[in-house]
Design a binder for this molecule. Sequence first.
Ligand SMILES: Cc1cc2nc3c(=O)[nH]c(=O)nc-3n(C[C@H](O)[C@H](O)[C@H](O)COP(=O)(O)O)c2cc1C
Ligand code: SF4
Ligand code: SF4
Length: 266
Amino acid sequence: MDIGALKLIYFSPTQTTKKVLEGIAQGFQASTVEHVDLTPHDSSMREIVEMHDELAIIGSPVYIGRLPADTISRLRRIKGNDTPAAVVVVYGNREYEDALLELRDLALEAGFKPVAAGAFIGEHSLSTSAMPIAAGRPDAEDLIKAKEFGKMIREKIKAMQPSDETLPLQVPGGFPYREPPPLPKVSPVTQETACTKCKKCASVCPTGAITIEDMVVTDQSVCIRCCACVKNCPTGARTMEDSRILHKAEQLFMNCRKRKEPETYL
Ligand SMILES: Cc1cc2nc3c(=O)[nH]c(=O)nc-3n(C[C@H](O)[C@H](O)[C@H](O)COP(=O)(O)O)c2cc1C
Ligand code: SF4
Ligand code: SF4
């Protein structure tokens, strides 16, 4: 099979998943690369996207060893139409547990044929300069591996015949998926004296949790703690201050220092 066109489909609040997918796309050397970015708040309102004669690379971050609920609901608006797909999860150097299996299953459910899978590492959402967790990842080494993975996907697709009946690609993970512990309802806070009301936090928030009038107001009931607002605030006014989350970040900082490497399945 010869496939030249590529669609990158992703939910990626802090952009590490997007970067990994772009690395894979470089290695695949597609004639065209189209982005289907499911991250913006209004993307859930867009029309259903249909796939035809192309390869999809589908990416999601890992949240508590699973997929974020927003990846699931937004991906359900894509119709695979038997298109081959590579599924990729990106996690913050702790574990990805059942997330890759869940993404493979979700791709199958949406009508894709998963032909490759990968688990890559991205800077943890809770990483700060004081407590770095996988800071700066995906780094140059990760992106070389992403590119190599893209080349391997291309070789695999070339060797495939359209009539090939393939068994579902085997990836790590268990079913039923592990039930994640409930998250406390907390969100980042804004230090009003440092805030310039530039609205950047509201524009990058994938759930529309932030509104800005006289001050920055966050709707905790829809905040998914992705930290996109924290990482994009130009003045450092937006921070995560909840003691339970800071304690979690400290544990990750202490226990997840050993560098994990990307894993791929073809
Ligand atoms: C609520 C939440 C839960 C997370 N759970 C995990 C996890 O279970 N394992 C892990 O290694 N990283 C975890 N992370 C870190 C993200 O997977 C990681 O930062 C990823 O690179 C974010 O992807 P993005 O940049 O595309 O948004 C979590 C992040 C958040 C916000
Ligand atoms: S991004 Fe930072 S400075 Fe800009 S409005 Fe939000 S909190 Fe204020
Ligand atoms: S308010 Fe919550 S959901 Fe919105 S960007 Fe910040 S952490 Fe993410």
